[in-house]
Ligand binder design. Structure first.
Ligand SMILES: C[S@@+](CC[C@H](N)C(=O)[O-])C[C@H]1O[C@@H](n2cnc3c(N)ncnc32)[C@H](O)[C@@H]1O
Length: 210
């Protein structure tokens, strides 16, 4: 992720980033989503910060009806092309929201927030809690955040990352209404912007609503 300029709004930042990057998709879902959603019976899913739509396409191919949200019109146009080229355009509804301001109100059977992170003040915990409370009973909540800084990150801070249970706590959920499926760290090999490979840590919170 690039460092924002002082004058940029969140939307300008993401538009600028995506206009300067390619529409090419990874073609693979996020590791955490694939791991925890693979055996789930399909219903209605919400993907927050969908970017080029790889996760939405993966879900749609598995029978889910997906509402996929991003702040950037540019990346939503990439996601539309991706969904259509994968023959699942009719199963994915793309919506532009600045989630700090508006939200796709609905009931869901799965909420996925893969690296919904921003180099701005962003009320991530409020947004995630709201999304979690839109789940039907039995619905799955999966959020992943970065738990390490890859060598190619602009962020050279050495501040520690919150541990997975601290991340869960910040959501402010009443845990009597939730079953912990997995709250922990997972390492994986990732590819940086210049094609460089490195191990990164994902901090994952996966819960099922009772
Ligand atoms: C780090 S990227 C992660 C993208 C994708 N989920 C993935 O795992 O590769 C964060 C995404 O969240 C989106 N985003 C950031 N702030 C947002 C906001 N306020 N409202 C909606 N989407 C936002 C960005 O445009 C970007 O596509």
């Amino acid at each position: 992720m690039m460092k924002p300029q002082n004058h940029q709004t969140p939307q300008d930042f993401w538009e600028d980033l995506y206009k300067r990057s390619s529409a090419d998709t990874k073609g693979n879902p996020s590791a955490a989503l694939a791991r925890f959603a693979v055996d789930r019976h399909p219903g209605t899913a919400l993907d927050l910060g969908c970017a080029r739509g790889d996760d939405a396409v993966w879900l749609a191919k598995r029978g889910w009806k997906v509402i996929a949200v991003d702040i950037s019109e540019t990346v939503l146009s990439y996601a539309r092309t991706n969904a259509n080229s994968q023959q699942v355009g009719d199963r994915i509804e793309l919506q532009r929201h600045d989630l700090a301001v508006s939200f796709p109100e609905n009931r869901y059977d799965l909420v996925s927030a893969m690296f919904l992170q921003a180099p701005f003040d962003f009320p991530r915990e409020r947004v995630l809690k709201h999304a979690a409370l839109c789940l039907n009973s039995g619905g799955l909540f999966i959020a992943a955040t970065h738990g390490s800084r890859p060598s190619w990150s602009w962020d050279k801070s050495t501040a520690p990352f919150p541990n997975p249970h601290q991340c869960l706590k910040t959501l402010g959920l009443n845990m009597s209404g939730w079953k912990e499926i997995f709250v922990g760290n997972e390492d994986r090999i990732a590819t940086g912007p210049e094609g460089q490979k490195g191990t990164v840590t994902d901090t994952i919170v996966c819960l099922e609503r009772r």
